[in-house]
Each structure stands twice: as structure tokens, then as C-alpha cells.
Design a binder for this molecule. Sequence first.
Ligand code: AMP
Ligand code: MG
Length: 270
Amino acid sequence: MDGIERYRVRTGQIIRLDEWDPDETALFDGSKKEGKALLPALNQRLEALQELLWAQHTHKLLIVLQAMDTGGKDSTIRHVFEGVNPQGVKVHSFGVPTPEELAHDFLWRIHQCTPGSGEIAIFNRSHYEDVLVVRVHELAPPQVWERRYAHINAFEQMLTDEGTTICKFFLHISKDEQKKQLQERLDDPSKRWKFRKQDLEDRRLWPAYQAAYEDVLTRTSTDAAPWYIVPANRRWYRNLVVSQVLIDTLDSLRMHYPQPEEDLAGIVVE
Ligand code: AMP
Ligand code: MG
């Protein structure tokens, strides 16, 4: 999977989502079956890198996942982190804020969940909801959410200055794909629990959400904390792209196992 950088949003790049094909599989020309078969090797690579991250206990990795409903955030977490030691990974899902959370600034609940040294934190939804659902459903006036882009960029810059590596993924599905997935949720008794009436309301607001996502991607992709737009109609391809970005990102940290405190050469355990 060379050329993964094609999915990275460059600082200042203006994003129009209709120019990004959610169906494409440009970096892989084999079948779905062949594509799926590539994932276990990437899982193993990620597992080894996570162990190194933990052992070295210096870097921290923050992964942000955003998508429209049924975009595949949960399934991405399940597949990409298969085999990775759960001790070093924490998943945080951000739903409708509680009264206590609402009584604070929008980053208050987020900051507490950022990763510590050696840890990976995965955000299933994030502070970006505060310029997405909040904007689209007019939960706050424009002057409130408008200034949040700058706050988000400053917050993420602070985190990276303090040793956090940030990767943000927008799982890009088409409106048709969402229709298929929502219908599947309704038809399959084992998936029905995931369905909420609000999903239909949000689906009606699809264009407003796409516009809000375009602003997020255009205004908050920075060198410190880049966004990746992941074609996500084909789930196997989505998994490969997310895995590869994480592997490349962790590789670029050039981590190594820490030196033992003293010279252990020659010690034999009886
Ligand atoms: P789910 O991810 O399906 O469990 O749904 C979580 C819901 O919480 C989604 O409808 C989000 O839009 C909503 N949500 C997350 N963050 C916020 C926020 N800051 N303000 C309002 N709603 C939010
Ligand atoms: Mg949902």
C-alpha cells in the first residue's frame, strides 16, 4: 500500500467531498478476498508497534474517528486493532454530553481522555461533534461553534507539543451506502438495537453534515494533526487504509526498546 499519502489532507487544502470517491480502492488492484487476506499481517505489525510504544513509554498516540451514522467507526476499531494488546489501548466513545459535561467547556471531557505515555487512545466521535452535530442541529449559535475551529487547532497543537502523535480519520461513505446500512440495521434483529430514529433525521440533513465535514477537513487538518479521508464504502479497503496509516505513523517515530538499567549480559537464570 504505497501512496497512502493521497488520503492525507494537506494544511490549507480546500476539501469538497464530492471530489472524493468513497468507492475507490486505488492502492489495491486485487479482489475483495485478496484485500481481506492482507489485513492479518498489518494487524501483527500494529501489535508489534504498540508493544514498542508501551515499552518505550515516551510517545502517546491519539486516533480520532469520525463518520456519518453507519460509516463504520465501530467496525474499524474491531478490525484494525484485532490482536493488539488491549492493555495499551483505550477506546473512548463520545455521545450526547451529560449535564456536567455541558456545564464545562467543550474540550473538558475530551482532555481527560487523551493518552498518557505509551498509550493509544481511540476516540469514537470526538470534540469534532462540537462543530458537526452542534452546528447542523443548531445546538449552539454560529458565533459559538465558529470560534471552536481555532480552539481545536490550538488544543491539538498543544497536545503534539507535549508528545502526542495525532491521526484523524474521516470514514467517507456515500448516501446510498448509508441507506443500505440503515436498512440492514432495521431488517437484521441482531443489528436493530443500533438503530435510532435520529439516524433518519440526520440522514435528511446529509447535505448540511457534508458541508460541516468539509469545513472540519479544510480548517483543522494540520501538519501536527492531519486528517485522512478514507474511502469507506468497501469495508475491507477502509481497514487496510486505516491500518497502513497507523503503521506508517508509528514507524516514523523510530522507536526502540529501552536500554536495561544495567548491563545484563552474562546473567544466567538458574
Ligand atoms: P452513537 O455514536 O451512535 O452512540 O451516538 C452518539 C450520539 O451523540 C450521536 O448522535 C452524536 O451526534 C451525539 N453527540 C456526540 N457528541 C455530541 C455533542 N458534543 N453534542 C451533541 N451531541 C453529541
Ligand atoms: Mg449511532
